[in-house]
Unconditional design. Structure first.
Length: 182
C-alpha cells in the first residue's frame, strides 16, 4: 500500500506489520493480531532507549508472565503492555503527565483485552508484577552497586519468538483448564 493511499483511506491509521491499517483512536478488534503485538513489542525498547543494551517491551512482558500465578494472571501479565504495540512505550514519568495519552492507551488496552478474553482494567496483581519487574530491571540495569552484568538481553527475534511461544503455551493451558471445569 502506498503512503498516499493509506492517508486517503484513514489519515489517523498506521500500517502495522500484518499490512492492516490500524486506527488507535477508533480501534477495531478484528484488526488486532497477536503476531502484530509480538512483532512490535519485540522491536520497542523500554526506558525510552536508555537501558544499557536493547531491552524490549516484549522481553519485559515475557518475564512478567513467568511470575507465579494462575495461567489467566500470567496471560494478563504477558499482555499488560500490548497497547504499546500500537502506541510505543513511554516512560512512566512522561506518561503520567499526558492524560490524553493515558485515555487513548486505556481505551486501546480495553479493546485488546476484550479481544483476547482478558480482565480489564488491569488487576492489582498485574500492576504488582509490573512494578516488581520495574524494580528488578532498575536494580539490574541502573544501580551501580547491584547491577547485573549477566542479565540476558534478547535480540528482537528472540523476544518475538519467546512472546509468541509464551502466548500459545498460556492459551493452551487456559483452554485446558476451561475444558476440565466444564
Amino acid at each position: 500500500m502506498k503512503l498516499q493511499d493509506a492517508a486517503r483511506i484513514n489519515p489517523n491509521a498506521m500500517l502495522v506489520h500484518s499490512k492492516v491499517l490500524f486506527d488507535v483512536f477508533h480501534p477495531n478488534s478484528e484488526h488486532i493480531e497477536i503476531n502484530d503485538i509480538a512483532h512490535a513489542l519485540s522491536n520497542i525498547c523500554r526506558y525510552g532507549g536508555h537501558s544499557p543494551k536493547f531491552y524490549s517491551v516484549g522481553q519485559h512482558s515475557v518475564l512478567c508472565s513467568l511470575v507465579p500465578g494462575t495461567y489467566q494472571e500470567q496471560m494478563e501479565a504477558l499482555m499488560h503492555d500490548s497497547s504499546e504495540a500500537y502506541l510505543a512505550d513511554m516512560p512512566r514519568p512522561i506518561k503520567r503527565n499526558l492524560p490524553e495519552y493515558i485515555r487513548v492507551e486505556n481505551n486501546l488496552l480495553e479493546v485488546i483485552f476484550k479481544r483476547f478474553g482478558l480482565t480489564f482494567p488491569l488487576t492489582p496483581r498485574v500492576h504488582k508484577v509490573d512494578n516488581d519487574m520495574l524494580e528488578f530491571e532498575y536494580v539490574s540495569f541502573f544501580d551501580d552497586k547491584d547491577s547485573n552484568p549477566d542479565f540476558d538481553f534478547w535480540v528482537p527475534e528472540k523476544a518475538k519468538a519467546a512472546f509468541l511461544d509464551r502466548y500459545n503455551e498460556l492459551k493452551l493451558k487456559i483452554e485446558s483448564e476451561k475444558e476440565i471445569t466444564a
